[in-house]
Design a protein around this ligand. Structure first.
Ligand code: GLA
Length: 390
């Protein structure tokens, strides 16, 4: 165990649920309460998920006469404090959404030039997490400045609020976001519930590994695990047919090993046993929540005629000296993938072997000296936790 407090706000990637991927505009108090109930009764809370986040479309289209944001009374008849109280009553945390621009992406009021009063309002409602989007940003204003502004407002609003920046990787965000004070930052465009999108987002972040770490995590966007085409938005995927369970498994493994925040995006009221088990896989979650939050590096697999984007290994150094190792097969055929231990810093002459533990089947695979090879089905992956052993 780490001998420093990983419970500090934003130290580890956030774990939770967000309303957008499945429900977009169709949100309300009873849905959020159902999710909070299920977090407790279905094991998500025990697995480590804590934030329940309401995304866009929670407010009226106009501020009130005092310039305050107004929750839509048809969706949240008892206001946001009541929602926060309910979530807190379950021992969970409450997240909301606003935007650095004049309007949110769905056209509701944004926080531009209202940052300090909105931060105070969120604190009064009992908000613990703020996702902060990038639509309708006045062109003459620097986005960097606006994230610094909201960060300052949140850090001084009298409540611990995790600041989840969401500017889709624009404007070289990785160059300036950590210094703004944000705890995580979206570095990709929006995910869609299909395999092409998962591959595209993951590959786009391979060279960003140096820009993630404790207190400012690279957010690869919310999970589509278990959606199976169940969004009410055509764009996110109602028309795309969703993914196979194997593809969702690979998606989850990538987001875990690459250290992304994990915000569940499916309707957990309808989660299949496979979906639930995947989202609650304790071995994968432990890799994602490793106290040191190091980025994962990619190395090529043997045979070396695989393109680097077709089949590859991701390696993440863990705090206790173990390595998380994922073998990923993005091709459409089963492949035998081989990892040479030399390539991860373990020469044969060291005298060490790796004792490998399969994170999906929960089994010891035994000791390996020099290399590890597996037949990996199309779109699938193998993730092991490796311990150096003499
Ligand atoms: C943007 C964000 C999404 C979601 C929508 C809401 O597209 O990237 O995650 O918050 O806005 O309108």
């Amino acid at each position: 165990m780490a001998d420093y407090p990983t419970t500090a706000l934003g130290c580890l990637p956030a774990l939770g649920w967000n309303s957008w991927n499945t429900f977009t505009w169709d949100i309300n108090e009873s849905l959020i309460k159902d999710v909070a109930d299920l977090f407790v009764s279905d094991g998500y809370k025990d697995a480590g998920y804590e934030y329940i986040v309401i995304d866009d479309c929670w407010s009226l289209k106009e501020r009130d006469e005092n310039g305050r944001l107004v929750p839509d009374p048809a969706k949240f008849p008892n206001g946001m404090k009541a929602v926060a109280d309910y979530i807190h009553g379950k021992g969970l945390k409450f997240g909301m959404y606003s935007c650095a621009g004049t309007h949110t992406c769905a056209g509701h009021p944004g926080s531009f030039e209202h940052e300090f009063e909105d931060a105070k309002q969120f604190a009064e409602w009992g908000v613990d997490y703020l996702k902060y989007d990038y639509c309708f940003k006045p062109r003459h204003v620097s986005g960097e400045l606006l994230y610094k502004r909201m960060s300052l407002a949140l850090k001084n609003c009298g409540r611990d609020i995790l600041f989840s920046a969401c500017n889709w990787g624009e404007d070289n965000v990785h160059d300036w976001i950590r210094e703004s004070g944000a705890h995580s930052y979206r570095s990709t465009g929006d995910i869609q519930d299909n395999w092409e999108s998962i591959k595209r987002l993951a590959l786009s972040q391979m060279d960003k590994k140096a820009f993630t770490g404790s207190f400012c995590h690279n957010d690869m966007d919310m999970l589509v695990v278990g959606m199976h085409g169940g969004s009410n938005s055509d764009w996110i995927g109602s028309g795309l047919g969703g993914c196979t369970d194997t593809q969702y498994k690979t998606h989850f493994a990538l987001w875990c090993i690459m250290g992304s925040p994990l915000m569940i995006g499916c309707d957990i009221r309808k989660a299949t046993p496979f979906t639930k088990e995947l989202l609650q896989n304790k071995n994968l979650l432990a890799i994602n929540q490793d106290p040191e939050s190091r980025g994962a590096y990619r190395i090529a697999v043997e045979p070396n005629w695989f393109g680097k984007d077709d089949a590859f290994v991701l390696v993440k150094a863990l705090q206790n000296g173990d390595l998380a190792i994922g073998l990923f097969n993005f091709t459409d055929n089963t492949r035998e993938l081989t990892l040479q231990f030399w390539d991860i810093g373990l020469p044969y002459q060291s005298g060490y072997s790796l004792s490998l533990y399969d994170c999906f089947t929960d089994t010891d695979l035994g000791m390996f000296r020099e290399r590890f090879a597996r037949h990996v089905p199309a779109h699938d992956c193998v993730v092991v936790r490796a311990k150096l052993t003499r």
